[in-house]
Design a protein around this ligand. Structure first.
Ligand SMILES: [Mn+2]
Length: 311
């Protein structure tokens, strides 16, 4: 029998999970992530850069930040579990920022990691700035408090294991000739594909990882300038063009910024930002995710708009 029956069951399990099962699941996910190199199903992994074959469908999810309800909605509406069980080519790609902010960080981790355990070849987990390296923490960082509320004294062990998971999440996902996914923005000093694939190994000597996780696009800017976030930079359209050219793709799809309408476009539609949660503390009108048909030959960046799904 499958490890996951349906989205309802998964959420129910997440609410009831005990510390022993939670730790087992995190450790399993760490092992799975660490073992992802070379070819795994439809993906090829170099360092922490995933190459996804342009085949089937990719459901791309932006920041969830502890919002269990929105995650449930996405699983339910897309029928991801049923599709994969039925042998369809569907990939669920997370852009990072799973915990903090919302009230259900531990439950969100449970659902995401259980999906990873059940469908390791179909679930791709990327790193956000809230899963960043130990020397650059995102604030406020409520995950340890949420773990304490759920697991009490054992919560520090859960947190330590999750930090280990963070170091094993992917930096970026490339769909050849079409688009690239990452959490924050363009690493503006990257000269080669390997600067992205091995950004974690070059940190903190080089800023690639910090910029991938923290950068934001800015309109009317050439080059870069300091970010009000206190980490990463703001980058202009010229930097976007250089990066898209380096990877030979049409668009960058990322999360990281809240959006009232669930998504936004920057740099002449070459950057699509997805915000996949609703409710406090942002109270945005809509959340959004992408249901991308990978068989569709995207010629221009604006054609990605048709794959945006609002809720
Ligand atoms: Mn972020």
């Amino acid at each position: 029998m499958s490890l996951v029956q349906n989205a309802e069951n998964l959420v129910k399990e997440a609410r009831e999970v005990d510390i022993k099962e939670f730790l087992r699941l995190v450790d399993t996910a760490v092992d799975l992530q660490a073992s992802e190199h070379d070819r795994v199903g439809d993906v090829q992994v170099v360092g922490k850069l995933v190459n996804l074959l342009p085949k089937g469908e990719a459901i791309v999810v932006g920041d969830i930040h502890g919002d269990l309800e929105s995650l449930f909605h996405i699983l339910k509406t897309t029928d991801f579990i049923e599709k994969v069980e039925g042998g369809e080519h569907s990939h669920l790609v997370f852009l990072g920022d799973y915990g903090d902010r919302g009230l259900h960080s531990p439950e969100v981790y449970y659902v995401v990691l259980k999906l990873k355990e059940a469908f390791p070849r179909n679930v791709i987990l990327m790193r956000g700035n809230h899963e960043g390296p130990d020397d650059i923490l995102a604030y406020p960082h409520d995950l340890p408090n949420h773990l304490y509320i759920k697991f009490g004294e054992d919560s520090s062990t859960a947190y330590d294991r999750l930090r280990k998971l963070f170091h094993n999440l992917h930096n970026a996902v490339l769909v050849k000739g079409t688009c690239i996914f990452l959490h924050g923005g363009v690493p503006t000093r990257a000269k080669t594909v390997n600067d992205v694939a091995y950004a974690h190994e070059k940190h903190p000597r080089e800023t690639h990882l910090e910029e991938i996780l923290w950068n934001d696009p800015w309109e009317g800017l050439t080059g870069t300038r300091a970010s009000p976030r206190g980490a990463g930079k703001l980058f202009g359209e010229d930097k976007t063009d250089e990066f898209l050219e380096l990877f030979n793709v049409k668009a960058l799809i990322r999360g990281h910024e809240p959006s009232q309408g669930g998504f936004k476009l920057n740099h002449n539609r070459k950057i699509l930002t997805l915000f996949s949660r609703t409710g406090p503390p942002y109270f945005n009108r809509h959340g959004a995710y992408l249901q991308l048909d990978l068989d569709y030959a995207v010629e221009k960046a604006f054609q990605f708009n048709q794959f945006v799904r609002l809720f």
